[in-house]
Unconditional design. Sequence first.
Lengths: 398, 106
Amino acid sequence: MDGNTAGCPVHQGRDDRKSAKVAEASLGVASATRVIKSFAAARDFLRSPKVRQAGATSGQVDLSKPDEISFFFLDGELHRKRRAAVAGLFAPKTIVTRHHQVMNRAIGEITADLQKRGSAPLDELSWQMAVDVAADIVGLTNSDSNVNLATRVRAVLDASITRRKGVLSKLVLGVKMLLAVNSFYKRDMVPAIAARKIQPKDDVLSHLVKENFSKRGMIMECLSYAGAGMMTTREFIVMCAWHMFENQALRERFLSGDDNDQFAILEEILRLEPVAALIQRRVAEPFEGANGASLQEGEVVSVSIREANIDEAITGPCPFELDPDRAKRMKVVGPFMSFGDGPHRCPGAQVAMHETRIFLDRLFRLPGIRLVSVPQVSWNPNINGYELRGAIVACDPA
Amino acid sequence: MPSIRFIAANGSEEVIEASAGISLMENAVANGIEAIRAICGGNAYCGTCRVYVDPAWRAVTGKASELELPMIEASGDTDPSVRLACQIIVTAQLDGLIVRTPVSQE
């Protein structure tokens, strides 16, 4: 609705973003949607009770059976209650007192393995970290292995968000989806459910078992929490590592900084390189936007996270520069719009920040750690986000 | 502008001139009150903007809403005066409000 990308008057427009070119070339906004670009308008819109979830495959979801669909697709009181029931699992105190143990154990195994092998694909290492943490929080801890669990989750998510035209293609995709879900349920959920019926734990799945969720309801909820946690954190860790491998001063500041300074660095990288680029909502009641735009009932509107995050009204000058002191100087909350806003704000935001901090802190302290090859930046059109593949890291042997 | 007093756990005090119409949390962050972290940006999803409302002001601010309770509970904070600052909208009626901040927001 409004533009805001004036060049930086101080540094002649230095642009530290690594995903900008691919995003600009690939970002597909549904043709009929308006796009909100300013931070203030985006926040007002996303926090309004007059808008509804319109992201992912929400148009195909049957809202008349809320117990069988993911919290992601719900709105209002029902959505609030579903989120609130497991909110404690994502609270800062829980992360520090409980999830840090899982994160430290995971990165310990990852770095030990890297030191044995000498080198490894960075996204493989970040994927392992993200999977181990998400699996523990969700309660998918009785699978044959976390690597296989992650593969099955990915297969279901890929099948569920891929769009195909033509009857035959849709049919093939439907069969693929059915097989993927069946495999995930039998190999990952059934043993985990059985274990929790005997001995409940403090995780998402135990809550679902306790509340007698249906099979379908459990699958949907677990896939939402696990899939989001795994897929996005994998990319974010690689992006942060890439920035810091190439910027020695930034890496040294990260390693010598306290927790708050480390978070400030990660949040600033995330501002420049948000993993998800777009959020979509449907207007349920006529809505007057912050900039005076009238939004009509039924209209689907996109919020550009990438644009909101470079809105100079909130970032101050030089919005394309990586400046970890920016948020404190501007007296704003660090990640800006990167985790969304309003009732649907990412529930695992703090988990992602903590696991990324712990992962990179340990990785960068490995003797001889170096980036052998930079990642290729590609675009995943199904989730409108970047993917980073092919980065190789190496270190001295243990 | 409503005047609001923040008293830290160590007893130090800061008085801010707040803007009406936005939350107490946003006013605190804009005025550099470091004890208010607010890492979720004001969505009642982190519980890191907790404040203890002075007894004399509890009737004016009201009790914690249902929206606030999950994160207050997750923080382990059992103080009956606790609120999330992001859910208190500053109005002229809050001129003179006194709130205390916890030792830690985690």
